[in-house]
Write a protein of this length. Structure first.
Length: 488
């Protein structure tokens, strides 16, 4: 399958109709077919795969002999009706969709564990379509992607072959993965690979951490990322959203981290850009403000509850200046259940809940900023939090409230003892950061360009915190709180 143009479509329709023995070509036969089957079976075992999305399935010369096929929920996509009709006859229990690669963003398919795309990239003429497909591989929410691609640019005498340098093309795309299993393929310039997009054998949903950072917060971002990596948290990837044009200022050697440029959702209201996370396709998405420190594994929180949304009610909710009548009227307008106003600086979405509320969250923020909705208090920074609460309530998303031991508010001078995430607030950020670096050796000083080292299993941050100020009277964290002026 390739981008739909009359020449390419005619080429493949003619081959499938008049030369079915050749079918998808020599890369799907004999030794090369066995190589593909072996690498697929290994990926299926490694990730416990139960569902597959096969982009450019063609005549299924390879996957038809996959030992695990019968047990898999399989979806094949191709632009040739000729071959899809034959596939439906041969595999009545499988799903086949007629679509073009240019329409991937509108492809209505459920999330799948494994993306397969064999011998397709070589046949794509359009640079834009090539990049769109590569973006889909690594941002579809799958646990792994099995693909063939070229390294280096090579000319081909075959008018239906276009070789691009995969690594070069990917350098400009959000591109993150846990591991890569690489093997040579037919030609010197071709590769057969499986990218692990999630931790093998973790038994956890694909977990993506997300930040939104403007250049003035890149220093905070650096420190929060360091505490994340050293906290022992279980995650598969990190997406850092930055204003378009700033992405060149950041780079990461840790291959799990990718930088994503964005255009503002609402002019002159940067808090709205937290909703950029709704574009992510991972099953579990965790958003963190840049002024957060991760002191313990995030896993502690989501292992307590499988509710689709987890957050702590905001400190501002219910204060004297809060207008309960206006809030009740807003809930009635949007058909929202009575939910707290959550602090949006650290939230956990599970079971794809972020995608369910996306449109409502953004639209409600827009209405507040346009003056079309009355504000329940006088804090003009908060439409993101009001909109989040109303969107959660409107869509009846089950939620779990975090407590101070999971999300501690530094701006309320809460004790960090036992906290998983310590949310400093900008006023107290510098002194807290200084303590963590100097006393607990967290991360070290920020490196120019945010070039994070390759991941190594860390000494648990909680242990280093306890060792920083030993003593039986109180925990190290309580002592740390007094040291930096926080109330315990």
């Amino acid at each position: 399958m390739t981008s739909k143009n009359s020449t390419a479509l005619a080429f493949w329709e003619k081959r499938y109709r008049e030369d079915p023995a050749l079918g998808s070509g020599v890369g799907s036969k004999g030794y090369w077919k066995r190589r593909k089957l072996d690498i697929l079976s290994e990926a299926i075992r490694r990730h416990g795969v139960t569902s597959v999305l096969d982009l450019g399935c063609g005549d299924m010369q390879v996957l038809s002999d996959l030992p695990e096929l019968e047990q898999l929920d399989y979806i094949g996509v191709d632009f040739s009706e000729e071959v899809l009709a034959k596939n439906r006859e041969r595999f009545p229990g499988k799903t086949f969709i007629h679509s073009d690669l240019d329409s991937l963003e509108t492809l209505d398919v459920p999330p799948c564990d494994l993306i397969v795309c064999f011998d397709v990239l070589f046949h794509i003429e359009s640079d834009e379509t090539y990049r769109k497909l590569c973006h889909f591989f690594f941002n579809s929410g799958a646990r792994a992607a099995a693909i063939t691609y070229a390294v280096g640019r090579h000319d081909s005498n075959n008018t239906q072959m276009w070789y691009r340098d995969f690594d070069e093309e990917m350098s400009g795309l959000p591109f993150a993965y846990v591991d890569r299993h690489l093997a040579p393929f037919r030609l010197d310039c071709e590769r057969l690979a499986v990218f692990d997009l999630a931790r093998p054998g973790s038994g956890e949903p694909v977990t993506e951490i997300a930040y939104v950072a403007t250049p003035d917060r890149f220093g905070q971002l650096d420190m929060s990322l360091r505490t994340l990596v050293e906290s022992g948290s279980g995650f598969d990837r990190v997406s850092v959203f930055v204003p378009r044009g700033c992405e060149g200022q950041l780079s990461a050697e840790d291959r799990r981290i990718s930088v994503r440029p964005f255009d503002s959702l609402i002019a002159d209201y940067p808090f709205a850009d937290k909703a950029q996370i709704c574009n992510l396709r991972s099953e579990r998405v965790v958003f963190l403000d840049t002024d957060t420190f991760l002191l313990r594994p995030l896993d502690r929180i989501w292992r307590r509850s499988d509710r689709p949304f987890m957050a702590r009610p905001a400190a501002i909710y219910g204060r004297v200046l809060w207008n309960a009548e206006i809030w009740a009227a807003l809930r009635d307008r949007f058909g929202s259940t009575d939910v707290p106003m959550f602090n949006s600086g650290f939230v956990i979405f599970q079971q794809y809940a972020h995608r369910k509320i996306a449109e409502d969250w953004i639209e409600i923020m827009r209405l507040f900023r346009a003056g079309e909705l009355e504000m329940p208090n006088d804090d003009s920074r908060c439409p993101d939090q009001w909109g989040l609460a109303l969107a959660i309530g409107k869509n009846s998303v089950p939620y779990e409230e975090m407590n101070p031991s999971e999300h501690a508010f530094g701006f309320k001078e809460e004790d960090p003892e036992g906290a998983v995430v310590y949310h400093s607030g900008h006023d107290r950020y510098a002194e807290i950061r200084r303590f963590l670096v100097e006393q607990c050796a967290v991360g070290g000083l920020p490196a120019p360009g945010l070039r994070y080292p390759e991941y190594k299993e860390p000494v648990p941050l909680s242990r280093r915190l306890k060792e920083a100020l030993p003593g039986p009277a109180r925990s190290a964290l309580s002592k740390a709180a007094r040291k930096i002026g926080l109330r315990s």
